[in-house]
Every structure is written in C-alpha cells, then in structure tokens.
Design a protein around this ligand. Structure first.
Ligand code: FES
Ligand code: MG
Length: 575
C-alpha cells in the first residue's frame, strides 16, 4: 500500500488534467449543479446501489444512500451514485442465481468505465453480496461493503415468524390440511414487517456476516437490523471510511488471502449458514486467484461447532443475534480458529476489531460447552453419484436419514416433479430417495433453489416431515431437511445423476462422506451411451452466454472468462 496523492488518483485522468476531454468531464459535472470546489482535489467515490422497486429487502437504500454520501462529503470525497441491477430474490425468475454473474460483470464495468477511485457496495439480498464483491475484487480498487441488514422479527398472533423457514413450515401444514385460508392470510401480513433482508440464517444474512469476517465491512456492521438508527450511522461511517481507504490505497488484494477465506468459512459454519455460501465463497476466492476447494469446507466443518442458535437450524432470529452481541460476539468465541492477523477495511486486523467483544445472551450465541451442533455444519459427500462432490447440512436433517439406503423415485426435471409428486399412485415410501434431475447450473438454468423437494402428500399424511432428497439444484438457506445438493457434475452435462432410474438403490453415509448409486459400472456405461442431453434453453441473449460459460458448482458457477487474478493491473479504458 502506498499513499495516494491527488495527481495519482485514477479520477485525476478524467478531472485533473488540462485537455479537451477533461474540460468536457468538468463542464458536464457542473451541468449537474456542482462547482469545481465540490470535486477538485477529491477522490471520486462510486456508490453501487442495488435499490429498485423490485427488491423489497433494499427499500431503505434511498435514505441510506444519502447517509453514505454525507460521510463521503465530510471526509472530503466526491460521491457519485451508480445504480446497479438489484436482483431481488422473491421476484426474479427463474432464479437470481442466473443473474449473479451479470451483476458481478455490471459492478466491475461500472467501476472500470467511470472515474472511480473507490467504491461503496450496497447490497444484502442473497446474490447481491457475492456479485458486488466479485466485481470489486476483479477491479481491485479500494472497496467497502455496506450490508442492507436484516429485517425485524416476523409476528403473528404473538408468535415470532421467520422468513422462509416459517413459510415452508406453515405451507406443509396447509398442505396437510391443518391451516385455514384466514390464518394463511394473517401470516402473509406478519412475516415481512420492515425493510431489510430475510432475518433467518438464509443466504443474505450468511453472506453479509461472512463479508464482514472476510474483512469488507466496518466492525459489527453486518449484524445491525435494517431499521435501526445504528444502521444509518453505519452508512455515514462507511462513507467516511472509504475516502481514507482511497488515500491509503487499501485494496481487496490487501485484504484477501487464503486465511481470510478460511475466516469466512469458519464464520459460515458457526452460523450454520446457507449452503449457497459455498458456491459464492468459492467464486469470490477464484476472483482473487485463490483456488479454494470444496474439501476446505468439509475439513473445517469437522472442528467448528454451530454456535449461532438461529432459525432454521436454531430458535432465534437476526434481531436477537444483534442484541446478543452479533458477529463480534460470535467471532470472539471462535478466536482460536480464526486468522486474527487478517487485515480489514478499517485498516485494523480482524483480531483487533473483536478485541473485548462480548456475548450478552448465551442462548443465542452458544458457548463451546453447549453448542447447537458439536460439528458438521456442512458435509461434502462424494461417490459414483457425485464424483466432484455434493453438499448436505447434516444438522438440518433427521439424524436417522444420515445413514440411509433407499430406492430412487426419479423426476426428470422440475415440471415432472410438480406434476407427479402428489400423485396417489407414486410408489413412494418414507424410505424412498427423491431424485431431481436437470436442475443444475446449465440444466435449470442457474441451479434454482429446488433442492428441498416437497414431501409427497401421502407421506405427509403419515406424519413424516423429512426424507432423503438428491439434486443438482441449490436450496434456500432458510430451508431444512435431508437434502443433498449441488451434485457435481450436474445431470445436464452428463453427470451420473442423469442416469439414475426409478427403483435404483442409493446409499448415503454422511459419517463416511459417501453418496453411492448401487448400480454396476457396466450398466451405468450402457445408460450413458443411450443418453442424450435435453435441448438447450437458449439460442440467443444472456441465457446463451450463461449456458456456454458457467462453471460447475464445485468451482463456484462463475463464468470461465471472468475469473481473474486480483492485484493484476486493472485494464484501464482509454480516456
Ligand atoms: Fe431478500 Fe431473502 S428475499 S434476503
Ligand atoms: Mg434465499
């Protein structure tokens, strides 16, 4: 890191020099009502804002943008807002995952093409965090992440409601005939009461929290609930800080290392975070030229207990987590397993940032003597059904299913599953293994969150709420159950999952990390020879680019042409 001066800022090439182009840049900035004093001699700070009317989790961003700007002005920067695609999880179909790389590209190119010296990345809803960070890592200019924060607890007739988890729970009850339409409508009113992301330990809260342990958020910031006034103060602090980061030239490549990614994984495990985080962490690491493997998650998972008692794994919600001490409290309990000397955006180490942090509620953030699960937040299974791995959250499954043998009920794709899952003639028993094919990165496309296949009605009627389910899809972080996900390679590219047939026996042994299809090689070869892939989804447009370039789940599903080495000189536009 070498200290910057005005004349070696990136934006100086746009604003500072005396030529015809710079005249244009200055006069056009004045067109917006600014005078020279507003921008001359100052770093230009881009605020990448993923607000839109189609992202309910970011509905407070218009006010937060003003607060971030306030901080930037105070610290002597020149703030410019750059709207970016907002990928609101509930509304974008077929899945926001299709657009994570799109937003990552947009973030990178917004920064590259404009006179930006440093960026504030405003995200939170599921894919926005990894996407913004991926783009910023590739650009490798000073970048700080501003997390949207989680929404308030849900409330229904005095009962606490959690995003996602309680939807699945009450929907299962409704399907089982135990819930009236009136109650269902009341739940709709009570489950999302404020701005902010899902407040269970879903993908959004997992990613915001680990963005902090990775080093990209001001200390404690990722746990503040969206409507809390502390969140506004975080916004102006973030604005103030990025200006100094530019002068100090503190870049993502100074923050990221194999160790900082281990800190992120340890955090995700202690939270019992979303399985989606695996794909995103790997993608972010590869942008930083760190070849993180699935095995790292399995290895760390064996020693890291789940300490955060948050739904769907546990009992509480993010608001409770904040009051209990939040991420700083949690990290203080993980000290022995963290790389404390990793640098963070405030210029101090992770260790310094959690110095003196306390936990105020041992039920919400548990002690090592009394964890939610002693280990195994995640497990990576391999075998002839998933040669490059598959993942499961063992603690979210009924324990007896973690060592299981059952016959397969195979669905060719999602529509096939929807059509037949409740068919009274489906030969399904509680011991069956439900298999969903063609739901992977290319197959679905974007490996949608279909991995928590619904339990067939006739099994629900027997009082059963969990079964083994296997797919190349993902699962919402707010889901639960014995769901084996991210089977790799996916069936669409001829992974063995494509060759499973009804009645085949599948064996799962989570202790031994095994996932086996008990069909002999000869038979599998015959099936492979007879197999043709379904026709492609797209002939043109972004979907065609996606299908041609997306990597498999074990490599983070980034585009092959986007993986870069952070720290390599930014390819700068001609001005
Ligand atoms: Fe935005 Fe869950 S829908 S975080
Ligand atoms: Mg989600």
């Amino acid at each position: 890191m070498t200290q910057k001066t005005y004349s070696n800022l990136r934006s100086y090439r746009w604003y500072g020099v005396e030529n015809l182009r710079a005249f244009g840049h200055r006069s056009r900035t004045k067109q917006m009502g600014f005078s020279r004093k507003d921008f001359e001699g100052k770093p230009v700070i881009g605020i990448l804002n993923t607000w839109s009317d189609m992202n309910s989790c970011h509905s407070h961003f218009p006010q937060r943008v003003e607060e971030v700007k306030r901080g930037i002005w105070q610290a002597g920067g020149f703030p410019v807002v750059l709207p970016a695609m907002s990928v609101g999880e509930p509304f974008v179909k077929p899945t926001t995952m299709l657009y994570r790389n799109f937003l990552a590209m947009e973030a990178e190119e917004l920064i590259r093409s404009h006179p930006i010296d440093g960026v504030v990345l405003m995200g939170g809803c599921d894919k926005t965090t990894p996407a913004l960070l991926m783009g910023a890592i590739s650009m490798n200019l000073p970048a700080i992440y501003f997390p949207a924060g989680a929404m308030l607890r849900g409330n229904w007739r005095g009962k606490v409601l959690g995003s996602g988890s309680d939807v699945w729970k009450y929907w299962a009850e409704k399907r089982a005939g135990n819930l009236s339409d009136e109650v269902w409508a009341e739940l709709e009113d009570g489950i999302a009461r404020s701005a902010g992301t899902c407040m269970t330990m879903g993908t959004a809260t997992t990613m915001m929290t680990l963005a902090e342990s990775l080093g990209f958020v001001l200390p404690g910031g990722s746990s503040i609930p969206a409507p809390d006034s502390n969140h506004s103060r975080l916004a102006s602090d973030t604005g103030r800080r990025i200006v100094d980061m530019v002068w100090d030239n503190l870049k993502p490549s100074d923050i990221l290392s194999p160790e900082s990614f281990e800190n992120a994984i340890v955090t995700a495990l202690a939270l019992s975070g979303s399985t989606n985080a695996i794909v995103h962490i790997i993608a972010m690491a590869r942008r930083a030229n760190i070849d993180l493997k699935l095995e790292a998650f399995d290895r760390l998972s064996r020693n890291i207990p789940v300490l955060a008692d948050i739904r769907p794994t546990g009992r509480f919600l993010m608001e409770d987590f904040y009051y209990a001490g939040g991420i700083k409290g949690l990290l203080s309990r993980l000290r022995a397993h963290l790389h404390l000397d990793c640098l963070t955006v405030n210029g101090a180490t992770l260790g310094a940032n959690i110095e003196g942090a306390e936990v105020y509620h041992d039920e919400v953030i548990r002690t090592w003597d009394n964890p939610v699960w002693a280990s195994g937040g995640l497990a990576v299974l391999t075998g002839n059904l998933a040669p490059r791995g598959a993942v499961i959250k063992p603690g979210a499954a009924e324990p007896h299913l973690l060592r299981h043998r059952g016959h397969a009920i195979v669905f060719k794709n999602y529509n096939d599953m929807e059509r037949r899952i409740d068919d009274p003639n489906l030969p399904v028993t509680p011991d069956s293994v439900l298999v969903l094919q063609d739901a992977g990165p290319i197959g679905a496309p974007g490996m949608p969150e279909w991995g928590q296949l619904p339990i067939p009605k006739k099994i629900l009627a027997q009082g059963i709420r969990d079964m083994v389910r296997i797919s190349d899809a993902r699962m919402s972080g707010t889901s639960y159950g014995a769901c084996i996900l991210h089977v790799c390679p996916e069936s669409r590219v001829g992974g063995p999952l494509a060759f499973v047939q009804d009645g085949d026996i599948i064996e799962i042994n989570v202790d031994e990390r095994k996932l086996e299809l008990l069909v002999n090689d000869e038979e599998l070869d015959q099936r492979r020879a007879a197999w043709t892939p379904p026709p492609p989804h797209y002939e043109r447009g972004y979907g065609a680019i996606f299908s041609q370039h997306v990597r498999q789940a074990d490599e983070g599903c980034d585009f092959d042409f986007l993986e870069t080495s952070a720290g390599e000189s930014v390819s700068e536009p001609e001005i």
